[in-house]
Design a protein around this ligand. Structure first.
Ligand code: FES
Ligand code: FES
Length: 170
């Protein structure tokens, strides 16, 4: 394809990402995950499958958890998008969810972790003190190949302020 033809297919998108206005030229087929990673350099959003299976790419679009590989960047035009890079506290320290993942060993290789953190944030916004069963159900769309999920669930419950001392370590 010539550059001229490619340019004809480009669309300008503008959105707010982690509180900052950003814009870029995208093709109609450009996924939101690709826009965030390749155009904006926000590689904290991971891509594990590109087929809506793994949840590594979860971000928030207008406050809702979305698998960013299932949405075109053009569909997010005008939206407010939050990624894992925007989750730390204002001073750069880990937020309560991230700290709980660290404290309760909720990660091993870390590949799934950005999606887990973003899903956890969306869950706790909807349901501030979820039961263990509710956490497990909410995470159905997030795959972790390392941890067996136990410590992820524990970390999310701890982040919600619940006493997890009775839940055995794994
Ligand atoms: Fe989006 Fe796996 S990369 S669900
Ligand atoms: Fe490795 Fe979850 S920590 S995939």
């Amino acid at each position: 394809m010539t550059d001229v033809l490619r340019e004809d297919r480009m669309t300008k998108v503008t959105m707010t990402v982690n509180g900052k206005a950003v814009s870029g030229d995208v093709e109609g087929r450009t996924l939101l995950s690709a826009f965030l990673r390749e155009d904006q350099g926000l590689t904290g959003t991971h891509v594990g499958c590109d087929t809506s299976q793994c949840g590594a790419c979860v971000v928030h679009v207008n406050g809702k958890a979305v698998k960013s590989c299932t949405m075109f960047a053009s569909e997010a035009n005008g939206a407010s998008v939050d990624t894992v890079e925007g989750q730390t506290n204002a001073d750069g320290s880990l937020n309560v969810i991230q700290q709980a993942f660290q404290d309760h060993h909720g990660l091993q290789c870390g590949f799934c972790t950005p999606g887990m953190v973003m899903s956890a944030a969306a869950l706790l916004k909807e349901n501030p003190t979820p039961s263990e069963a509710e956490v497990r159900e909410y995470l159905e769309g997030n795959i972790c190949r390392c941890t067996g999920y136990h410590n992820i669930v524990k970390a999310i419950m701890a982040a919600s302020g619940q006493d997890v001392s009775a839940i055995a370590a794994e």
